[in-house]
Design a protein. Structure first.
Length: 222
């Protein structure tokens, strides 16, 4: 049986979790469903983009099926949504009850502080995983349905990378929340790191001599 604090955390955050799951699922469905209509104008749109824009966004092309999914789901908006979900849900584990004065009630449970922290992190991490896995679930249905020319193994690889990156920022948010006990620093520090590491990956791939920056970014490994 799952620990009581894990179940309580899921119960307390159920509306937010359901909202994120539905939102990311709809985002994936809507963008992927546009693929057949987008194909005719894809080359024109790609040609009209400013020079270097595709490289900055980490997009190889917008014409092929894998290029389209990379551009719409896995390049910017998808990771942004997943990171936002990771930060907001993880900020509820330690920082929110500490800030709102409810920590004493939670610590009244017969568990050690270490067990308390791990159970709260496990609850947030599993919820974030469910949200980050929605593109994999939706694409596994949609890709065969609309005959997109891309193996599901490649979709799965990209989706697993998205989940791993969500875990990375979940861990960062949890660490900052546990250290400060406030949601403001969680949002600020994690947000700055997300933007900074994204820029490091983008600029490292474009500018000579800065390629080493990419190795410091979770976006590079994703």
């Amino acid at each position: 049986m799952l620990p009581a604090l894990v179940r309580k955390t899921w119960l307390d955050d159920r509306r937010a979790i359901i909202g994120w799951v539905v939102g990311v699922g709809l985002f994936t469905i809507i963008y992927t469903s546009f693929y057949t209509q987008f194909q005719g104008a894809a080359q024109l749109k790609q040609d009209n983009l400013p020079e270097g824009m595709l490289d900055f966004l980490g997009i190889e092309d917008m014409v092929s099926a894998d290029g389209y999914l990379q551009a719409t789901i896995f390049s910017l908006i998808g990771p942004l949504l997943v990171i936002m979900c990771a930060v907001t849900l993880t900020a509820r584990t330690i920082a929110r009850p500490e800030e709102e004065g409810g920590m004493e009630l939670l610590l009244a449970n017969p568990v050690s502080r270490t067990a308390f922290a791990w159970q709260r992190l496990a609850a947030a991490g599993s919820a974030v995983t469910a949200v980050a896995a929605m593109p994999l679930l939706m694409l596994s249905i949609i890709v065969p349905a609309i005959d997109m020319d891309i193996p599901l193994s490649r979709v799965a690889a990209a989706s697993v990378g998205l989940i791993a990156m969500a875990w990375c920022f979940t861990g960062i948010a949890f660490l900052v929340g546990a250290a400060t006990g406030r949601r403001g620093p969680v949002l600020a520090v994690t947000g700055v790191l997300a933007v900074g590491t994204y820029m490091a990956n983008a600029m490292g791939g474009m500018l000579d001599g800065l390629g080493w920056l990419r190795y410091l970014s979770p976006f590079y490994y994703f």
